[in-house]
Every structure is written in C-alpha cells, then in structure tokens.
Design a protein around this ligand. Structure first.
Ligand code: ATP
Ligand code: MG
Length: 364
C-alpha cells in the first residue's frame, strides 16, 4: 500500500517559519513511528503570485484535489495589499476552499492548563476545556440570493438571504456526528428556530439524520443566542457544537478567546468523503501571515503543529499519534517554554520558533 499523501503549502509571512517546525515533526513520525507520508510542497498566496502571476496555479489546485490532506501555513502580506482583487493572496485560499467544496469548518477550542491564566474567563471555567465548533462554511446568509443594495422609493435597502437546503444541512450534520463519535459522543446543534424558518429546517434535519444514522450520539438543540451565553458561562458542558455559517462565525471567534493566544489555534476544513472514505481536507492555523514578526524566528509554531495533529486524527486515522503530539505540546507548555506571544509573566525569556520546535521534538 502506498503512503498517505500530504500537500504542504507554507505560503507567506510566518507561514514558512512555522511550517518548517511541522516538517521536522513529520520527519520524526517517519523515523520513530514508521508513519511515512508522501509529502510534496508547493506555493500559495503572494509567493505563488510572484512566481506565476496567480495566487494558486492550476497544477497546485489539481494536486490539492488528489492528496489525502493539504496543510497550509498562511497567505498575504503588505507587499500584496495593492494587487487587483482577482489575484490577491487570499484568493488562493478561497479557491482551494471553494473547489474542494470544504463545507465543514472545524475550530477546536482547547485550553492547556499551563495557559489557563490567558483566558478572559476564570481559570476553573476554562482549565481542561476541549470543545469543537463545526461551522457550515459554503452556504447560508453569506451566499444566499437575492442579495444587494437596492432602491425602494426614496431609500436604500440592504438585502441578504439566509438559505439552506436539506442536503446542505444534512452533510454538515453528518460531519458533526462523525466527529462526536471520535470525541465525547455529544453534539449540540445551534440555530434560531424560534424566529427563522431556516432554523426550523436546520433543527428538523439534524434531528432526522441523528435518529436515522447516529442514534448512539447524544444530541441536544439550543438557540444560538443562548448558546453564546452558555459558552461563556460553562463551556465545558459542550463537546461538539454544529451551527450555520453566520452563527458559527461569531461563536467560533468567541470560543477562540476562551483559550488565549492566536498562536495556539488550529483549524480544519472538511468536504465530502473521497474514494478512500476520508473527507477532503485542508488544515491550517487560525492566525494569518503576521507580517509584523515575519522573518524574525519569533512566531509561535504551535497552531500549525496542532493543525497537523488534527490531520493525523481526521485524515490519517491516527488518533493515538495525534494524542501523542498534543501531549508533547502540553508538556512543553507545562515546562514553562514560551514563545513571545505567550508571555504575560515577567522574568521569562521567550524562545524562538525553532527552539519551540526543538522542545516539542524533545518532548515527543
Ligand atoms: P489575516 O488578515 O492574515 O487573516 P490578521 O491580520 O487577522 O490575519 P495575523 O496576521 O494572524 O492577523 O496577526 C495578528 C497579530 O497576532 C499580529 O500582531 C501577529 O504578530 C500576531 N500573531 C499571529 N500569529 C502569531 C503566531 N503564530 N505567533 C505569534 N504571534 C502571532
Ligand atoms: Mg492580516
């Protein structure tokens, strides 16, 4: 059997710096755990524009469609701010998401004990927190027609349409139930069925998919506004949360801040199952290219490292190995190793990007 394939797109800014640490970890898995990947590397974003005049070359797009998983660093930077919209670095990432049809955006909110003081909430509310928010990413009010700003009599009217089909709801619901089976076996679905028809349909379809295909998973429903309250009151009551594009946008940012630094947050975007049964998948840190610290060996590589851990778990059926990597990160943090973004306390000297990589490898 051939090795699982992984396309690495380091991108711009701190992308290549943090990805270099992940490449060392991938090599470690090959050498020490016998987990070998067919790794290829290519350009996306500004660096692709510099070379090809487009932020994503067709050959790279085709490659992304074939591999088992794509791992991306970050795109963009001030150098490209004046470019025409059609060739902006971000368009490379949007094209990947659109053509791979990545409809389920996974944002874990996980709080490492050593960083619990970083949260905006009390320590006991967040210590040990481990939840997963699944946001529908390709439909809903950000895409629904009609949309626009039109004239009605003497005034302008801004219009957007919240629209969900049964199949769009069903497929992201399945992603959530599959995810729950690999975690705490619990899903909470959030909508506004009290005031929105799309919310009523959302609730019905999620319940139907549950009853027919995933009766073993515990399912609850919550209005999204109440969900926001509960997320800040006692977030540990949740395991997997599934919600639409708009509410997911808000709730996932809210949940991110429960845990602290942008430099810690991984994400995955998943699409339909491929012939091998695994979903199309793109993994990337939540943070951007951080031009203010790019090229200085200062960036925190943990968000990118944890994105690779998600790939191990969700694309390569290697949950134990993902646990191993997450435990290594946890140990490094418990030992007090900190990149500059994780420093609140006085008297601790920050480590560099590569030193954080050294520490994670040593912990592995
Ligand atoms: P984008 O627009 O590219 O999505 P953004 O402008 O919202 O991103 P980032 O580029 O992620 O945000 O940077 C926001 C701030 O967070 C910057 O000050 C940056 O230096 C810091 N930051 C982001 N990622 C990291 C990281 N991995 N390590 C340390 N600091 C980071
Ligand atoms: Mg930015």
């Amino acid at each position: 059997m051939s090795n699982p394939s992984l396309l690495i797109l380091p991108g711009d800014g701190i992308g290549p710096e943090v990805m270099a640490q992940v490449r060392r970890i991938i090599d470690w898995y090959g050498d020490k755990r016998g987990m070998r990947f067919d790794v290829s590397e290519d350009l996306v974003g500004g660096c692709a524009y510099d070379k090809h005049g487009t932020p994503l070359h067709d050959d790279t797009m085709a490659k992304a469609q074939e591999v088992d998983a794509v791992l991306l660093g970050a795109v963009g930077g001030p150098k490209y701010d004046k470019l025409d919209f059609s060739v902006k670095p971000e368009r490379g990432l949007l094209r990947l998401r659109k053509e791979m049809d990545l409809y389920a955006n996974l944002r874990p909110a996980q709080c490492f004990d050593a960083l619990a003081d970083f949260s905006s909430l009390k320590k006991d509310v967040v210590a040990g927190l481990d939840i997963m928010i699944i946001r529908e990413l390709t439909s809903g009010v950000y895409f629904g027609e009609p949309r626009g700003i039109v004239k009605e009599g003497n005034e302008r009217v801004g219009i957007n349409t919240q629209r969900y089909t049964e199949s769009e709801i069903a497929r992201v619901a399945r992603s959530a139930f599959e995810m729950a089976r690999k975690r705490g076996n619990k899903v909470c679905s959030m909508e506004k069925a009290n005031v929105m028809e799309s919310g009523i349909l959302w609730r019905d379809v999620v319940q139907e998919i549950h009853d027919a295909e995933y009766p073993d998973v515990e399912l609850s429903h919550m209005y999204a506004d109440a969900g926001a309250m509960q997320l800040t009151r006692w977030p540990k009551q949740f395991d997997v949360i599934v919600t639409d594009n708009l509410f997911g946008d808000l709730l996932s940012d809210l949940a991110a801040m429960l845990t602290g630094s942008l430099g810690m947050l991984p994400s995955a975007s998943l699409g339909a199952p491929m012939a091998n049964g695994r979903p199309k998948a793109l993994y990337e840190p939540v943070h951007g290219s951080a031009p203010d610290i790019a090229g200085q060996n200062k960036a925190n590589p943990i968000a990118c490292v944890l994105s690779f851990a998600m790939a191990l778990r969700y694309s390569f059926d290697a949950g134990d190995e993902a646990d191993r990597l997450e435990k290594a990160v946890e140990k490094v943090l418990a030992d007090g190793v900190r990149t500059a973004d994780l420093l609140g306390e006085e008297g601790v000297t920050p480590v560099s990007t590569s030193e954080m990589g050294d520490a994670i490898l040593a912990a592995l």
